[in-house]
Design a binder for this molecule. Structure first.
Ligand code: ADP
Ligand code: MG
Length: 624
């Protein structure tokens, strides 16, 4: 046998940074290193179990898959051993020497932020292995990949200071054995009681037996004692599971240290057979807005772990839901490709959507405060629902929450049902306005009539809102209507205050005629309105034109949009209009008309095609 050479490598620079930060910021809760190492061992065993479905030779039934913990007091060493999938030489370089995940920078950034709970972050970002250096001077990893030869063992060692070494060794068993050479002041982690209590605190729900080696002083013998209960919580009867057990299980499943807001646990028998356990988190995942965010449920088939993040079971707009599905109908050798195009998956998806929406309905009904937490965290994602899932659009619409003119602040709390129940007797439609921000929606001149009539208007200012409103056509028989678009129902509302024709002085008629002539290439129409009180004029879109917000969305997405031709509406009651009526000088009049139009466009769009012209014109008129 040839002498195996030891090779030294440098950690990727992010790892170095991370190690440094971790060692210096996590001292207050060091014990979590054990949770991380056990979670890795459990993952490794899950992976081997899964692999052995297609390669049965990998898993001999007579060997129990377990995690063993032992101590060597003389060497101040804590040893965590698993008989899982193990690692090849290259695996150790890839997994223990680099951080492959894209979010590392953000992670380091958030660790530096004093306000963040560091322990929570470590778990969420899944950089668990390195936490072993918080308590150790040196870490040794002996590992062998499942179907490799006995001589293909690897010894990986590091003191966590920039370098690690790798050497090929002979390893009798497959799997991974991690030895932590504890720092002098960390001796407490050699104590059996201490270890047991940490494990029952964090890892009771690990489904793989975790055993600790006990030394019997009297008989001078060693034995293994199982620490955790190792039961699949979701297979148990609902009534036998406590709230705390659900919460602990959620934390174990997701690495989220917050409690879930609510959950839904179902066992279904009959045509489809499955168990699902779905949770709504209390806080959005740090990378939920990432395009490649790995959302999805943990998939089990007949209690066997198959994969994480199987997103085929939930639509995008429910991607904040965490949990698991355990199917009796899918084959054990199911792959992502099979999942993608499969009748069973499709049926499960429909069923899980129902379960999720029901869970949200229940939360909204029973706990408004929690529902509001949900909405504030995930409302933006949920708003993708109407576009993505037309089949369930009524249920989805019922779960939406809005800001509105009758609510003092920008918080989105109003449901459509509440809106309808407080509708004005003459009101036929659900009115809304979309704008860039809450402030600009709230102050839009389009609202004047509605405020006067005390009619509530939904204020929509999230980027997705305009797009969502394209899919929301009606709710409980009431149509949605943008108030910045022309509509007969609006005129009906304003009708009481008819513009009395005989009162319409010739001056106003003349004004309209001249304005139409001046603006004939700029607007679709110039006409009088009785919807305004405070404002002299405004523009609205024709009912079959694109709205301003929609045009903005398109152009933000890089598409060319034809310029919108607005309808220009004049408030004949306004003093400024009355004053302009009396201007005889044609050039002067023209300047005023353009100033009025630009004002209206500015208020509608927030920008002007030529702001300099507008300013110059205004200054000239101011100087007079
Ligand atoms: P994560 O578990 O989130 O992937 P970790 O830092 O905890 O991050 O682990 C990094 C990687 O190292 C794991 O993804 C896995 O590939 C590998 N690894 C760690 N511990 C073991 C183990 N006991 N057996 C096999 N592979 C392991
Ligand atoms: Mg891990």
């Amino acid at each position: 046998m040839s002498v195996q050479k030891k090779e030294t490598y440098h950690f990727q620079s992010e790892v170095k940074q991370l190690l440094h930060l971790m060692i210096h910021s996590l001292y207050s809760n060091k014990e979590i290193f054990l949770r991380e190492l056990i979670s890795n061992a459990s993952d490794a065993i899950d992976k081997l179990r899964f692999k052995s479905i297609s390669s049965p030779e990998l898993y001999k039934n007579d060997i129990e898959m377990n995690i063993q913990i032992s101590v060597n007091k003389a060497q101040r060493a804590l040893i965590i051993n698993d008989n899982g999938i193990g690692m090849t030489r290259q695996d150790t370089i890839d997994n223990l020497g680099t951080i492959a995940k894209s979010g590392t920078k953000e992670f380091i950034h958030s660790l530096k932020n004093e306000n963040n709970d560091k322990n929570t972050l470590i778990g969420e970002f899944g950089v668990g292995f390195y936490s072993s250096f918080i308590v150790s001077n040196k870490v040794s990893v002996k590992t062998r990949y499942a179907n490799s030869d006995i001589s293909k063992g690897v010894l990986w060692e590091s003191s966590g200071e920039g370098e690690y070494s790798i050497k090929n060794i002979i390893k009798k068993n497959i799997g991974t054995e991690i030895t932590l050479y504890l720092k002098e002041e960390e001796e407490e982690f050699l104590d059996t009681w201490r270890i047991k209590s940490i494990i029952s605190k964090y890892s009771d729900h690990i489904m793989i037996p975790i055993k600790i080696q006990i030394y019997d002083e009297k008989n001078k013998t060693y034995s293994w004692e199982q620490i955790n209960t190792a039961k699949a919580l979701w297979t148990l009867n609902k009534s036998s599971i406590t709230e705390k057990e659900y919460k602990d299980f959620y934390k174990h499943l997701t690495n989220d240290q917050n409690n879930p807001l609510t959950w839904s646990h179902n066992r279904v028998e009959g045509k489809q057979e499955y168990i699902s356990l779905l949770f709504i988190p209390e806080k959005a995942d740090w990378d939920i807005w990432n395009r490649d965010n790995k959302h999805g449920l943990k998939l089990y088939v007949k209690r066997v772990y198959i994969m994480d993040n199987s997103h085929e079971f939930l639509p995008n707009y429910l991607r904040f839901i965490r949990g698991l599905i355990d199917s009796n109908d899918l084959p054990l050798n199911v792959s992502r490709e099979i999942l993608q195009d499969n009748r069973i998956t499709r049926n499960l998806k429909q069923a899980l959507i129902k379960k999720s929406l029901n869970m949200l309905e229940k939360l909204a009904k029973n706990n408004t405060e929690k529902y509001q937490t949900f909405w504030n965290q995930f409302g933006l994602i949920f708003k993708e629902g109407p576009a993505e899932d037309n089949k369930n659009i009524n249920k989805i619409a019922n779960l939406l929450r809005f800001a509105s003119t009758k609510n003092k602040n920008s918080e989105q709390t109003l449901s459509l049902q509440e809106y309808i129940s407080t509708m004005h007797e003459k009101q036929e439609k659900i009115y809304y306005i979309t704008a860039d921000s809450y402030i600009s929606a709230k102050n839009s001149p389009h609202l004047e009539l509605f405020n006067k009539k005390d009619i509530n208007v939904l204020l929509l200012s999230d980027r997705i809102d305009e797009w969502m409103m394209n899919y929301l056509v009606e709710f409980e028989g009431k149509k949605f209507q943008s108030i910045s678009k022309e509509d007969i129902s609006l005129n009906a509302l304003a009708e009481e205050k008819k513009i009395n024709n005989h009162e319409l002085k010739t001056e106003i008629i003349d004004f309209l005629k001249k304005a139409k002539n001046i603006l004939k290439n700029d607007v679709k129409e110039v006409r009088l309105t009785n919807r305004l009180t405070e404002t002299p004029c405004m523009v609205i879109s024709d009912s079959n034109e694109m709205t301003t917000q929609m045009a903005k969305l398109f152009s933000a997405a890089g598409q060319t949009v034809p310029e919108i031709k607005y309808i220009f509406e004049i408030n004949p009651e306004h003093n400024l209009i009355k004053k302009i009526c009396s201007i005889k000088d044609e050039d002067q009049f023209k300047k005023w008309i353009y100033l009025l139009l630009d004002q209206s466009l500015l208020s509608e769009k927030g920008t002007l095609k030529n702001p300099h012209k507008f300013i110059a014109r205004m200054n000239q008129l101011l100087m007079q």
